[in-house]
Design a binder for this molecule. Sequence first.
Ligand SMILES: *Cc1c(COP(=O)(O)O)cnc(C)c1O
Length: 359
Amino acid sequence: MANERQFSAVQSGLIERYRTWLPIESGDPVVSLGEGSTPLVQAPVLSARFDCEVWIKVEGANPTGSFKDRGMTMAVSKAKAEGAQAVVCASTGNTSASAAAYAVRAGMKPIVLLPQGKIAKGKLAQAIVYGAQIVQVDGNFDECLTVARKLAEAYPVALVNSVNPFRLEGQKTAAFEIVDALGDAPDLHVMPIGNAGNMPAYWRGFKQYADAGKATKRPRMWAVQAEGAAPLVLGHPVLNPETIATAIRIGNPASADLANAARDESGGQFTAVSDEQILAAQRFLAAHEGIFVEPASASGIAALLAAHAAGELESGQRITITVTGNGLKDIDTALSGIDIRTEVVAPEAMAVADAIGLA
Ligand SMILES: *Cc1c(COP(=O)(O)O)cnc(C)c1O
């Protein structure tokens, strides 16, 4: 009883909400921070532009600011059930923030491997403040993941990257929430893709709900990469992935096979967008729909804007777009290339009116 109370959150998380759909046993501890149940927000400006019904799933509203919390509540609960004392992950940032939070919540030690110098400052701050043991590795994300896997094989630490099967089980609940909110599946679901765990997780969720009669159809899955890190579009690994969207700066996706299957089964596609398109989409979404997301999260919006501009987006569709992480995680990139006003005016309405062109 004391234990149960220790692990409960005031807002019950996704394990409680979707328990019957998840591989969780009645005796398993539930390590939760109240994740899931994120807003599905209508996008009137994008809807009008595309002549479609567009909805945005705002995953930055999760406890540590990204969808990774959905997988982490499952992975850490299972690691706790198995008696693990520590968890390890390789991370481009959000996995480390999430793993650290859920591990300390469970009384376990978080160990995170970060590619040296390639992580957004907000995410690094999270890992530090949650108290993770951080090791910067002289290599990229793909090399970090190889090391993390070997570490978990040789030492008593649980691997909580998305190659952990419980991660995808937790992450599929976002698809459940979309169908529960809309009353059916969308025609098209668009999202960023990096290490390729989340897209097949959504596909699994959409499929399970359709099989159970909770939706009349399944969406086409459209997953978007950055041009400099587009192994799934190219069909082969990229040795030195480069993009400002650090969360999807991955050259050799661990779950590529699952993602290829999800694309094929759903009649979907992989496409890539440039860093410029990503930054423009990030600003568009913030300035027109009031949603501030991190760069990787804007890639789905960027792909839709580009397809529409090219006359390749069919009108009349119901489209859902997942934006995966919160904009505050990477303010350096958000502000890059923007001229922040340095002019200081007198504390008078006239002076301010003058400065903003009202006078
Ligand atoms: C992890 C992450 C992704 C990529 O998800 P995968 O499951 O690795 O494909 C995209 N955006 C953000 C913000 C992320 O943290």
